[in-house]
Design a protein. Structure first.
Length: 160
């Protein structure tokens, strides 16, 4: 008896799988305790990637900025913090996958930071890999407790 093993999707495939997204839904139940009232946009992965791609060398963006851009685009109160973060991670891994295939023009995921200018330790290369890429673009980094953050990151935030 042979069992077919299901081939895992590549990061690029995950990025292009929109799962009927984006969609705007009403904030209800437990979500309203945390996020208030109104609507939340659950973006498509590729939308998050497109925003990340627009960040030029020397500039930075935060996940919260991406959420704000998405909310405005879709006429929602907020952008979903959970899916936006997950899709940014998928975009980052798809970019690393593209590099391993020899591609040069990739999504500059290291320019997308968490709240407070903190580097996302789950992105390809981890903190050390991103530190190297950020330093190459002229950014200074500092330890913030157990996290690593870009010094004066606010000065470098892109306006999209």
């Amino acid at each position: 008896m042979s069992t077919k093993s299901k081939k895992r999707k590549s990061w690029k495939e995950k990025l292009r799988d929109n799962k009927d997204l984006p969609k705007v839904v009403k904030i209800t139940g437990k979500m309203s305790k945390r996020w208030g009232t109104g609507t939340v946009v659950i973006p498509a992965p590729i939308e998050v990637d497109k925003i990340m791609k627009k960040v030029p060398k020397g500039k930075l963006i935060t996940i919260n900025q991406i959420r704000t851009i998405l909310a405005k685009k879709h006429g929602a109160t907020i952008g979903c913090p959970i899916t936006t973060g997950i899709f940014a991670s998928i975009a980052a891994h798809a970019a690393a996958e593209a590099v391993s295939e020899g591609k040069k023009n990739i999504t500059p995921y290291w320019r997308t930071l968490k709240v407070g200018g903190v580097i996302n330790e789950k992105y390809p290369g981890g903190v050390e890999g991103q530190k190297k890429l950020l330093k190459k673009e002229g950014h200074k980094l500092t330890q913030k407790g157990k996290n690593c953050a870009v010094v004066d990151f606010e000065k470098y935030l892109v306006k999209l």
